[in-house]
Every structure is written in structure tokens, then in C-alpha cells.
Design a protein around this ligand. Structure first.
Ligand code: NZQ
Ligand code: ZN
Length: 379
């Protein structure tokens, strides 16, 4: 067992915690408040931010899209540079947070900041970021991952940088009251798949990770079983906490990982605009079937400890599909309008990104990816 782990993001969890930002952001910083399509004006977050920042100098940038684009965030970088902004406050879900992480680095970079996405350059410095989370799903609020898209080339890519860790994240579940059922279901499934990509690989001796992953899984199973209670505070605060823990990468310490589902899913979003979590729900069960030989032991452990199913991995996968469907997410690609170029498109992107041997054993090849997509498209 060997790893390095340092997560510097401070978490402020609970109703009314937004007022803490008055002290968490230095008084002499000029703040850019970044948000999306306007949901923050309906759930009270905008007004509470304005109140908390009443002694700060601040300006705002709205209009960050779902699946944020560099085209939009580069416009924000111009404002940051022109106005001398020195603190970015992201208010929203994963898209606003990721767009802000990119913005924080792009604002201090002289070249085209897509360089961070295609691996040409590493982030050397970035402005400090703070987060007010309004949607539980990605875990982006306290991790070092940034996922952004480039509209002009239909690409969705990601990079890791320790400069992307937010200084703080305010997790106030009371902002979740305006989320649609679709977003609640998406969040639950995104977290489920985040745990899976750090857990459903090979058996290991890291007792902490397996135990914690199974606890988080069981929490999500309970929330899915109690889907009728999704409008209550206890349900929403548990989802917010679990989603946060599922992807602060603590589960990855000392174990191997398999992010193939996310990498395939990102292409489905880039080409066919599926919601992020929906792109995962149509891949993970089929990937588990395709890679069953390599994953059988861990899948059996998962089945026994999380679902209480023994010696029947197909039943375990079916149960997972039922869980995704029970919160409104289809598990077949045929549920969406996909053309007959899907395999060609995903293959083309994977070749250009060098994703030729994914998975914990490097065995998720282009051929396997085609099989997984075909399984998801079979009747
Ligand atoms: O744009 P606004 O008006 O804010 O509306 C958003 C958006 O339409 C809305 N919303 C957010 N909070 C709300 C609300 N509506 C009502 N009430 C509220 N309280 O929800 C819609 C979806 O928001 P978005 O931020 O796109 O959702 P999510 O948090 O699922 O983020 C998805 C993005 O994160 C990336 C995904 O690929 C995708 O681009 N990911 C980022 C990760 C990371 N950085 O760690 C990991 C993930 O695996 C993922 O790839
Ligand atoms: Zn995800």
C-alpha cells in the first residue's frame, strides 16, 4: 500500500453556511461570481452570496453552459484580466465549478489554455477558487479534476491539477429544493459510478477503501429505495454528502482504478449531448458484462456486501440496472437518438486521445469498447 493524498479544500456543510464566505475570502480580493443559466436566482443562492459579499468588491459572470465550453470561459478570462479579479467564486453544479477551475488557470496563462486539456502544458498557477454547491453529483467541489468541452471540435476532455482544488466548498442542501427529479436521479447515479470506477476492479488488501466504498454504495441504495422521500431534507443532505465523498479521490488511495465508463460517457456527451450521468448509466452495466472475467471477484464482493446477492454476477448487474432505472435513468443506448456512427465516433476520439488500453489491466481496447456499445444498443 503506497500513496500520497492531500486534499486542501475546506468543507462548510449545512443550512446558512454561505455566510462563512465573508471571512473565507480575503477582504482585499476582487471577486468574480461565476454561475450558469440562472437557477441560482431561483433557489436563493444568488441573494445569499450578494449579502455575504456586501463588504467585498465583486462582479459577476453568468451563462456557463451545462458541459462548460472553453469558448465561454475564455470570455470570462478576458474579464478577469481586464478587471484585475483575484478570486473566483463558483456558484452552481459541476459545470460551473469545472468552468471556474479552467478559468482560474486560463486567466494566468499566456497561451491557449486548451493546452491543459490536450496535455501540451501543465497548469503552473491559478487564481484561488471558492465553491457554493447547488447540485449534488460530481464531487468537483473538493477535487482536483476539471472537465471542459471545446464546441468547435466536439471534444470533451479533462485534466488533473492540484491548482484546481477549491479553497473551500459550501455544501448547503437547502439549495437543492429547486432541483428536478432528473437532476436528483442523475446525481445519485453519477456518484454510484464514481465509487464503481475506484472499486469495481480487482480485489485488494486495502480494508479502508473497500469498507468505505461499500458504506457509500449502501447509502445510495437506501436513497434509491426511498426515492419517494427525495423532496425531504434528510434525503437531499445525504445525497450531497455521499456525492462529495464519492469523488474526493480518497477511495482511490492505494488501489487500481478503471475510468473507462467515464471516458466512453464523455464521448457520448460530446457527440450526442447525453446528460453526464445518463451517459454512464448506459455504459457501466454493459462494461461489467464485457469485462466479467477480469472483474468477477470484485463484482461478487460488491454483490454480496452491497446487494446481498451471492454467486450470481448477472443478477448483480441486473440489480444495478434496476437501481439506475428506479431513479429514472435508462440503461440502454437505444433510449436515445443515436446515429449509426456511434462506434466510429467514439473510436475516432479515443484514437486521437490515445485511449487504446484502458481499465485496471489495460485490456479495455477499442474492440472491447465497440462490444460494450453494441451490448448497450442490442434490443
Ligand atoms: O445552469 P444553471 O441555471 O445553474 O442550471 C443547472 C443546469 O441546468 C441546474 N442546477 C444546478 N443547481 C440547481 C439547478 N437547477 C435547479 N436548482 C438547483 N439548485 O442543473 C443543470 C445541470 O447542472 P450541471 O452543473 O451541468 O450538473 P452536474 O453537477 O451534474 O455537472 C456535470 C458536469 O460535471 C462534469 C460532467 O462531465 C459535466 O460536464 N464532471 C465533473 C467531474 C469533476 N470535476 O470531478 C467529475 C464528473 O464525473 C463529471 O465528469
Ligand atoms: Zn461522473
Amino acid at each position: 500500500m503506497e500513496f500520497s493524498y492531500h486534499n486542501p479544500t475546506g468543507i462548510e456543510f449545512g443550512k446558512g453556511k454561505i455566510k462563512e464566505i465573508a471571512n473565507l475570502i480575503p477582504k482585499d480580493n476582487k471577486v468574480l461570481v461565476v454561475y450558469g443559466g440562472g437557477s441560482i436566482k431561483k433557489n436563493g443562492a444568488y441573494d445569499q452570496v450578494a449579502e455575504a459579499l456586501k463588504d467585498h468588491e465583486w462582479l459577476e459572470f453568468g451563462g456557463v453552459e451545462v458541459n462548460p465550453t472553453v469558448e465561454t470561459m475564455n470570455k470570462a478570462a478576458q474579464i478577469v484580466k481586464a478587471e484585475g479579479v483575484d478570486f473566483i467564486l463558483a456558484v452552481g453544479g459541476g459545470s460551473v465549478i469545472d468552468g471556474s477551475k479552467y478559468l482560474a488557470a486560463a486567466s494566468l496563462y499566456d497561451g491557449d489554455a486548451w493546452d491543459f486539456l490536450d496535455g501540451t502544458a501543465e497548469v503552473q498557477k491559478a487564481l484561488p477558487i471558492g465553491v457554493i454547491l447547488t447540485l449534488a453529483a460530481t464531487g468537483s467541489e473538493s477535487n482536483n479534476l476539471t472537465v471542459v468541452s471545446r464546441k468547435t471540435t466536439d471534444e470533451k476532455r479533462m485534466y488533473f491539477s492540484d491548482h484546481s482544488y477549491p479553497k473551500f466548498a459550501v455544501l448547503d442542501p437547502s439549495f437543492m429544493g429547486t432541483l428536478s427529479d432528473r437532476q436528483l436521479g442523475n446525481g445519485l447515479v453519477d456518484a454510484f459510478v464514481h465509487i464503481s470506477e475506484q472499486y469495481l476492479t480487482k480485489t485488494n488488501d486495502v480494508l479502508v477503501n473497500d469498507g468505505y466504498a461499500e458504506t457509500l454504495y449502501k447509502g445510495l441504495v437506501t436513497l434509491a429505495q426511498k426515492w419517494d422521500e427525495r423532496r425531504t431534507l434528510w434525503w437531499q443532505e445525504n445525497l450531497m454528502y455521499i456525492c462529495n465523498q464519492a469523488l474526493n479521490f480518497q477511495l482511490a488511495n492505494g488501489v487500481c482504478q478503471d475510468w473507462s465508463t467515464h471516458l466512453i460517457g464523455h464521448e457520448l456527451t460530446a457527440f450526442y449531448n447525453l446528460d453526464h450521468a445518463r451517459s454512464l448509466a448506459v455504459i457501466l452495466p454493459h462494461l461489467l458484462r464485457e469485462m466479467i472475467e477480469e472483474k468477477q471477484e470484485k463484482l461478487a464482493q460488491f454483490g454480496k456486501n452491497v446487494f446481498g446477492i451471492e454467486n450470481d454476477n448477472e443478477a448483480v448487474i441486473k440489480k444495478m440496472e434496476k437501481l439506475f432505472e428506479s431513479v429514472g435513468l435508462p440503461t440502454k443506448l437505444t433510449a436515445y437518438e443515436i446515429d449509426d456512427k456511434v462506434i466510429e465516433n467514439v473510436h475516432g476520439a479515443f484514437k486521437s486521445h490515445g485511449y487504446l488500453e484502458l481499465g485496471e489491466n489495460g485490456t479495455v481496447t477499442l474492440e472491447k469498447v465497440a462490444n460494450i456499445l453494441n451490448r448497450s444498443m442490442a434490443a
